[in-house]
Design a protein around this ligand. Structure first.
Ligand code: FBP
Ligand code: MG
Ligand code: MG
Length: 333
């Protein structure tokens, strides 16, 4: 079998007219940064990457050393690439100002540099999530430039640092998976046109929050737990890795539904996950793979963002299940 590297795949896409040369180079730079993060992750206790950084981020969460290291790797790799008009990250309150770049590049890059931070120190899968938007004319350097609905994304992807490092990518033309060949130092195409099965018997939710859930989620999960004896008429299995990347990766490969609903713990927060650099890129990938993604009421990709670090409820994965839980929210209005 002839091996197709990420670079070759992207050149083919460029020649087919689905991506620009600049977008191709931008994705190459992000992939190179993810390789460096993968390398750091794999060192574990042998590198200075475990434990707390001793700082906090804009979300009020304690940063791990690897959160900070991954953020720096992505910033440094991309700031001189010339393809960007701006970068925004989970770990930074405001967009990063690209130093002295004239003329500015056409794209905006958003990322969650290290997803699943609570799993770093216990050697469980973690990841990086990214989203690319076009910068509207004359808005480079502003925060408003980033506030575009997910439908405007021109590329989205994630890297999962698990038993293998894999990069999953969409540029709006299907979903492709690449596995890192450490000896060659390149990502190799290992999955083409990934499709999520429409039906499933597997769900992912943090059950410890059950008492805080609102009525539509109580009803939906209650029915799944009732299994064969309930209205759904089949038994369901449950998985929760607590790394969105790893949970979504499983769903992309064998189906399932992932949920992080809004709950009653903090009524002013519409969920835990962040719209711009977690939910939007994952929703773009999931829809491109034939799945669905909503916040219970509407397509996540159609939400007009108001803030860079906005939170959102997330239901994504196999179409049939996402439709069911969304219907329970809508009938509960
Ligand atoms: O610990 P909880 O509440 O189950 O949350 C798990 C969720 O939090 C997250 O870890 C948040 O991501 P970060 O590590 O980037 O903050 C998601 O990946 C995951 O789905
Ligand atoms: Mg995250
Ligand atoms: Mg993170």
């Amino acid at each position: 079998m002839s091996r197709i590297s990420l670079s070759r795949h992207l050149i083919t896409q460029q020649h087919a007219g689905t991506i620009s040369a600049d977008l191709r180079l931008l994705i190459e730079v992000v992939a190179r940064a993810c390789k460096a993060i993968s390398h750091a992750v794999s060192k574990g206790a042998l590198g200075d990457i475990m434990g707390e950084a001793g700082t906090g981020n804009i979300q009020g969460e304690a940063q791990k050393k690897l959160d900070v290291i991954s953020n720096e790797i992505l910033l440094e790799a991309n700031e001189w690439g010339g393809h960007l008009a701006g970068m925004a990250s989970e770990e930074m309150e405001h967009p990063y100002q690209i130093p002295g770049q004239y003329p500015r590049g056409a794209y905006l890059l958003l990322f969650d540099p290290l997803d699943g931070s609570s799993n770093i120190d216990v050697n469980v899968s973690i990841g990086t999530i990214f989203s690319v938007l076009r910068c509207p004319d004359g808005m480079a350097g502003t925060e408003e430039a980033f506030l575009q609905p997910g439908t405007q994304q021109v590329a989205a992807g994630y890297t999962v640092y698990g038993p293998q490092t894999q990069l999953i990518l969409t540029t709006g033309n299907g979903v492709f998976g690449f596995t890192l060949d450490r000896e060659q130092g390149s990502f190799v195409l290992t999955q083409e046109n990934i499709q999520i099965p429409t039906t499933t018997k597997e769900f992912a939710i943090n059950m410890s929050n059950q008492r805080h859930w609102q009525a539509p989620v109580q009803r939906y999960i209650g029915e799944l737990l009732a299994g064969k004896t309930g209205v759904r008429g089949k038994d369901y299995n449950m998985r929760w890795i607590a790394s969105m990347v790893a949970d979504v990766h499983r769903i992309l490969n064998r189906g399932g539904i992932f949920m992080y609903p809004r709950d009653n713990r903090e009524a002013d927060k519409p969920g835990k996950l962040r719209l711009m650099y977690e939910a939007n890129p994952m929703s773009f990938i999931v829809e491109q793979a034939g799945g669905a993604a909503t916040n219970g009421y509407q397509r996540i990709l159609e939400i007009q963002p108001e803030k860079l670090h906005q939170r959102v409820a997330v239901f994504l994965g196999s179409k049939e299940e996402v439709a069911q839980v969304t219907q329970y929210h809508q009938t509960d209005l």
